[in-house]
Design a protein around this ligand. Sequence first.
Ligand SMILES: Cc1cc2nc3c(=O)[nH]c(=O)nc-3n(C[C@H](O)[C@H](O)[C@H](O)COP(=O)(O)O)c2cc1C
Length: 206
Amino acid sequence: MTDAPGKAQMKYLIIYAHPNAKSFNHAIKETIEAALKASNAAVAVRDLYEIPFDPALKTAELEMVEGVPVPEDVKQEQEYIRSSDVLIFIYPIWWSDMPAILKGYVDRVFSYGFAWSMEQNVFNGLLHGKKAVIVNTLASGRDDLVNMGLLECMSKTIDAGIFDFCGIQVIEHKYLCGVLDATAEERTRMLKEVEEMMGRIIGKQA
Ligand SMILES: Cc1cc2nc3c(=O)[nH]c(=O)nc-3n(C[C@H](O)[C@H](O)[C@H](O)COP(=O)(O)O)c2cc1C
């Protein structure tokens, strides 16, 4: 399939954080990758455990000064983000947050001068025009998570605290709840839900 003249092909970047290739998250990653490939979209995958990405922010990286040399591993990840339109994050919720390897990726890759800046005490997001899709799995049931305010809390810290802050528009944040208790049929239905979500997203971006 070729694009209409003048219409740029959307570039998708999957950022995946799970250590186990037999996990449900891995099945989600495969589902999303397959949906993108089936639509002839350009897709790159960063499997943070496979790389393996070093999540520990270094002292030198704390210097919030533009022009300070960026470590090669961070530069490489920033290049992937720079050349992508839609970032798709896939990870399990651990302790009501992202796995440490992904948190460290955000600490290091979404750095000052690349993802955000500050001028006259005003923060500016530098990644405007990019979109994010987030898919999370959780052991807890949705009702418990809603009653405890945890889903709202996670959406605020992740969608607003990280992505909006950097100028990235979150177009979907899907929480797949109760996955540990889910039957094989329920898991198949969840993967179908993810596939349908990708169909909608690809359709809208095309
Ligand atoms: C270190 C750790 C912390 C976890 N914390 C939470 C949590 O805060 N809330 C929750 O609902 N599930 C929590 N879980 C359960 C995971 O979310 C669940 O195992 C995962 O989503 C299942 O997907 P997977 O099969 O792809 O690993 C935790 C699991 C681990 C290993």
